[in-house]
Design a protein around this ligand. Structure first.
Ligand code: NAP
Length: 327
C-alpha cells in the first residue's frame, strides 16, 4: 500500500482525497518509482475540475504531471534503466500525485546528479513547456522585445530566463508588488503590475508605439483583448493556458483590424508527441538546469496530503514561481 491523492469525481479542491492505493509490481515495460518530489501545475486544476478532465473520464484517478525519484523495481522487458537510478517523469501523463508510482519506461528519463529532485519536480514539465513555446510555437530571436503574461509563475519565470539567454528583452506582467520583485530577481527587464496599470498602454510606451512581435499568454480570458493590443503588425499571440478562464471565441476580424495577427492556442502534446521529441526538449533543458543557467524559484513546498490547499492557493493567485509536493 502507498498513499496518493485520488479523485472520484470532478469538482473543487475538496475532491482531492488522501487515500491508500495499491500500486503493485510494475507491469511489462514499466518501472516502479519511489518519488522524492512532485510538481504542481495549473493544468492539474483543469484535470480536477473537469475542464480538461482525466483520460476516458475514468475514476478513481490520480492527477499530477511531473515528479522525480528513484527506481525501486523493474517490469519485464525494460532496458536502459536500472534499480536505484535517479529519474524524472514529465511529459504530462498523469499519475504523479503518489508516494510510489508505476510509469511506462518510455516516459521515464534519467536525472543527472547535478539536478536535485526538488528542482526536477519544479521545472521539468514547466521547462519543456517553456521550450516549445519560445523555440517552436514562436521562435524568439536575439534583439526582440517580447511580452510574457503572469511572468512570476512557474512557467513564466523559466520562460523569462530562457528568452533572456536567447538575447531577448522581456516585458512581464504580474498581479502584485511582491510578484514584481520576484520577476526582477529573475531578470525580467520591464515589469507591469496589471492589477494597477493598463498593460497594453505600457507595452506601447516601452516599445515606442511599435508593439511586440509575440505575446505568451497563459492567463486567457482576462488578458486576451489586451494581449492583442500589445502586438506589432503581423505579431503572434500564443495562448497556452486559461488561468483566468478560457479564451473567448476568436473573431478573425479582430486579428485583421489589430494588424494581420496570428493566434495559436498551443498544447504540449502537439509538440512532445514521442520519445524523440521529449529527449530533444529535455536535452536542451537539463544542461541549463544542471549548470544553473536557468534557476528555479520554488515558492512553496506542501506535503502531498495537503494538495487541496495547494490547489486553492494556486487558483487564488497566492503562489509564486513553482510549487512542489513532498510525498
Ligand atoms: N499549453 C500547454 O502545453 C501548457 C503546459 C503547461 C502549463 N500551461 C499553462 O501555463 C500557465 C502557467 O502554469 P503554471 O503551472 O506555471 O501556473 P502559474 O503561472 O504559477 O499560476 C498561474 C498564474 O496566473 C495568473 N493569473 C491571472 N489571473 C488569474 C486568475 N483569475 N486565477 C488564477 N491565476 C491567475 C496568476 O499570476 P498573477 O497573480 O501574477 O496574475 C497565477 O499565479 C497555465 O495557464 C497553465 O495551464 C500550458
Amino acid at each position: 500500500m502507498t498513499k496518493a491523492i485520488v479523485i472520484h469525481e470532478y469538482g473543487g479542491p475538496e475532491v482531492l482525497k488522501w487515500e491508500d492505493v495499491e500500486v503493485g509490481a510494475p507491469g511489462p515495460g514499466q518501472v516502479r518509482i519511489r518519488q522524492e518530489a512532485i510538481g504542481l501545475n495549473f493544468r492539474d486544476t483543469y484535470h480536477r475540475s473537469g475542464s480538461y478532465g482525466v483520460p476516458g473520464d475514468k475514476f478513481p484517478a490520480i492527477l499530477g504531471s511531473e515528479g522525480a525519484g528513484v527506481i525501486e523495481a523493474m517490469g519485464e522487458g525494460v532496458t536502459g534503466l536500472h534499480v536505484g537510478q535517479r529519474v524524472t517523469t514529465c511529459n504530462g501523463i498523469i499519475g504523479a500525485y503518489s508516494q510510489i508510482r508505476n510509469a511506462k519506461a518510455e516516459n521515464v528519463l534519467s536525472l543527472p546528479d547535478e539536478i536535485p529532485f526538488d528542482t526536477a519536480a519544479a521545472a521539468m514539465f514547466k521547462g519543456i513547456t517553456a521550450h516549445y513555446l519560445i523555440r517552436q510555437s514562436y521562435e524568439v530571436k536575439k534583439g526582440e522585445t517580447i511580452l510574457i503574461q503572469a511572468v512570476a509563475g512557474g512557467v513564466g519565470l523559466i520562460m523569462c530566463q530562457w528568452a533572456k539567454q536567447l538575447g531577448a528583452t522581456v516585458i512581464g506582467t504580474v498581479g502584485s508588488a511582491a510578484k514584481a520583485e520576484i520577476a526582477g530577481n529573475y531578470g525580467c527587464d520591464h515589469i507591469i503590475n496589471y492589477s494597477e496599470e493598463d498593460f497594453a498602454e505600457r507595452v506601447r510606451e516601452i516599445t515606442d508605439g511599435e508593439g511586440v512581435p509575440v505575446v505568451y499568454d497563459g492567463v486567457g480570458l482576462a488578458t486576451y483583448e489586451g494581449s492583442l493590443d500589445c502586438l506589432a503588425n503581423r505579431g503572434y499571440l500564443i495562448g497556452y493556458g486559461n488561468a483566468s478562464g478560457n479564451f473567448p471565441h476568436v473573431d478573425p476580424m479582430d486579428l485583421m483590424y489589430n494588424g494581420s495577427l496570428y493566434f495559436q492556442r498551443a498544447s504540449l502534446r502537439h509538440f512532445i508527441r514521442n520519445r524523440a521529441e521529449l529527449e530533444n526538449a529535455t536535452g536542451e533543458l537539463m544542461p541549463l538546469l544542471a549548470d544553473g543557467s536557468i534557476k528555479v524559484e520554488i515558492g512553496h513546498a506542501y506535503d502531498l496530503k495537503d494538495a487541496a490547499q495547494a490547489h486553492q492557493d494556486l487558483e487564488t493567485r497566492k503562489t509564486t514561481g513553482s510549487v512542489i509536493f513532498k510525498p
